[in-house]
Design a protein around this ligand. Sequence first.
Ligand code: SF4
Ligand code: SF4
Length: 447
Amino acid sequence: MAEPLTQTTLNPLAQKLRLRLDEDQLTNCMRCGFCLPACPTFRETGFEAESPRGRIALMKAAVDGILAPDQAFEEQMHNCLGCRACEPVCPADVKYGQLIEQARDAIEDHTVNHRWWVKLSRRAAFNFTFPHQNRMQWIGRSLRFYQKSGLRKVVRGAGIMKLFPKYMREMEKILPDASSRGVVEQIGSRHAAKGEKIATVGLFRGCIMDVLFTDTNIHTVELLTEAGFEVVIPETQNCCGALHAHSGEAEGARSLARRNIRVFKEAGVDYIVSNAGGCGAILTEYDHLLHEDAEWEQDAKWFAKRVIDVSDLLVSHGRVPSFAESSALPLRITYQDSCHLRNVMRSSNAPRQLMSQVNGVEFVEMKEADRCCGSAGIYNLTRPEMAGQLLEHKMENANATDTHYLLTSNPGCLLQMKHGIEQHGQSGQMQAVHVVDFLYERMKKQK
Ligand code: SF4
Ligand code: SF4
């Protein structure tokens, strides 16, 4: 007779997994395979282990003691993009995103043998930089100095960039101009609604967003006030914690969540508006992130149910301004869904509706616009090969639209699309732009 399974008969990682993974979610998966065609890594490789069903089976086998999770298991968990395309198609409503984050958290907790430079960079990013917006701004200032002082020319001329990995070299070329001052420093933290006020909204400014895409934050405020919302930007808000949660740093994510909840509650807002799908998705899941924290559970629910993407808020509650294109030539635009906006916040119609309302613009639907572009947080840095394959497919579809603008709703997707356009030598024909920036410019033209 087989010995009953106990904690001690499991290997150390399996023990951590058993403590972290939600057993109900694991057993909810009925192995139907509906999620397989939606999964980019399965479609690229054709391997069951690279599919949501396969990864869930691996997790289940590990906690049941059938499989001793090893390096290959860890690799498999990290190969997942976390795009969550498997969730909307799942008939059993398996919360795959939660499972993969729990698995990565267990792996991170178990991993004691990170190389010194991995440990150092993780600590620098997750503990020292992202949680502190003043440090993000310091990075913004340094980057701006590099971009504007002539140093960039010297670095490129001396061939110093060749010392960096290919992907980083390519990204350096397409990084937008960084800002040394964030949205609050530039325009202040409170903005009155134009006309009769519909509601008071809190803008989630984001950490990277407020350094590399400050203008998008400013344009978001302009669109919202024009549509009838009073906008408050709480100054002491911090990073959303998405990168922490996706990288196995759940406690770090929880601590950031608590701080954000406190400042937005104090601001007394009706909605919390995000203009970045990646941030918005985790903000809507703060209730799950803190569901075991009795002190914060209720406040986290209060927060999560108020989070909404800017496009959704404009369409569902706002007085949508008029948008018009003034160029003589007919302008064609297309859209790449942000995976987290589409699959977690379940928003895909609102941005399309707004884009289709711009006078003088033809909206062209891109084939497989709902498929991940390969950006996926820092996936394009950690798994450049798979990210590159996905980007190639994306660019084939983007090029086939023959459009002038490729719009997105997330900074990571935006940079990845800029990268793809540059790689394909299309910068003269096509521009990647955030939906908010595109609409703001057309609102000005209409006026
Ligand atoms: S669709 Fe859902 S239930 Fe079916 S295999 Fe995938 S995760 Fe499991
Ligand atoms: S999150 Fe994306 S990559 Fe990961 S299993 Fe689901 S569909 Fe596949």
